[in-house]
Design a protein around this ligand. Sequence first.
Ligand code: FMN
Length: 194
Amino acid sequence: MSILLIAGSPSERSRSAALLESAGHRLRALGQQVSVLTVRELSADALVRADFAHPSIVEASARVAAAHAVVVATPVYKAAYSGALKVFLDLLPQTALRGKTVLPLATGGSPHHMLALDYALRPVLQSLGARHILPGIYASDAQIVLTPEDASRIAPEISARLDDAVAALVRETPALAATASFADIDFARVQCSY
Ligand SMILES: Cc1cc2nc3c(=O)[nH]c(=O)nc-3n(C[C@H](O)[C@H](O)[C@H](O)COP(=O)(O)O)c2cc1C
């Protein structure tokens, strides 16, 4: 199964990226094929000017389409997710996450904004067609220590939640979720039961 990790922090030294990498490490240990898409490495000009045709955006969009599942990580900025992540998600097709399972992760300065995953990010993931959005994991800065050696230490309670969430992601993702070429639904042909 192919799993795309999306790092949504604009910062180079990033706690949310450390949380994401920790999830990636666990997924690789479970035999999954994992790759990382770091939003801050995309063309800033293309992101800010909504240049859908820019090669870095086209390539990133194709990587999302090819993934069976997505793990998306963001810092909390002003009680929501990062603007960098938002401008990237804005450039994806409306059904970019159709059929996919998504695990959202966030870090914040304090526990006060832990619901930002639910009231801010979750509706956006839903609007992109995600089939299944797992309960998110929120860690405060005190729970993720970045070490001078570019490594990180994650609090045991967050590590335990990552173990469970990653296992759920693998268990609850259908093997053929990559939906890059699915045809749009013709609503005129949809029949409702009554
Ligand atoms: C511009 C900005 C806004 C922030 N707003 C919030 C906030 O509203 N709530 C919060 O808990 N933390 C806030 N923080 C703290 C970050 O969410 C926190 O340090 C996070 O772990 C950073 O993640 P990163 O290292 O992946 O960028 C803010 C930080 C910055 C730089």
